[in-house]
Design a protein around this ligand. Sequence first.
Ligand SMILES: [Zn+2]
Length: 244
Amino acid sequence: MRIKDAAICLRTVNYSETSQVVTLFTRENGKVAAMAKGSRRIKSSFDGPIEVFSFGEVMFITKDFGGQLAMLTEFSQQPRFRGFQRNLYMLNAALFAAELTERFLEDHDPHPELFDKFQKFLETLQQTNAESEILAWLILYQLRLLEETGLAPMLDACVNCGQTRVGTAHPTYFSSSHNGLLCADCEMAFPEKRLIDTSMLNILQNPAKLPKTEMKDLNKIESLLIYHFTELLHKPPKMAKYFG
Ligand SMILES: [Zn+2]
């Protein structure tokens, strides 16, 4: 089947001296791994080599029997997301978001809203300079990625007993394995939990506050999310070492 779609490249691996295997986040078809034959040649059907964050309209052919790489036949690249190199922190934030997107999406499972959010996240990053704002936008995107992939944590009640007074008077904990808060009565039974203070909880419950949050609180939230991603993926994300 021949498919035309909008795409952002999440990952590239050189396949031979002239070709690449690329992982694309497409708007209507989700994550697609494709062979880009001849993409490393100066003259190719892909406007030159494909890089992470290459953006534009793609054409690819999928095999009907599944499980195989798609064949990329066209990539009309627009110079949209090429400004990250000027700021290493920004580049690392963008790469971290790309890595997590690649890890959490299933092949050919469409997430058009997440695609739009990823595109918007990359656009917003390029207009940002302060590290605190960059980290705030990264956290917002990470929370949306969890929501869109059905992994949104439960942050308004204890995941174990359901009581809703968590986070008020007593210390509150977050359990990655149970994907939510634990109250003071339940926390003893969950050894992998992390303590979560009221200011962190307040921000996580109201993510609109993120852009106005101080760096030290953002770092605490990012550390918690890295713990959560590490548990979910059974190993730390590669880009985690630059954050938290
Ligand atoms: Zn409880």
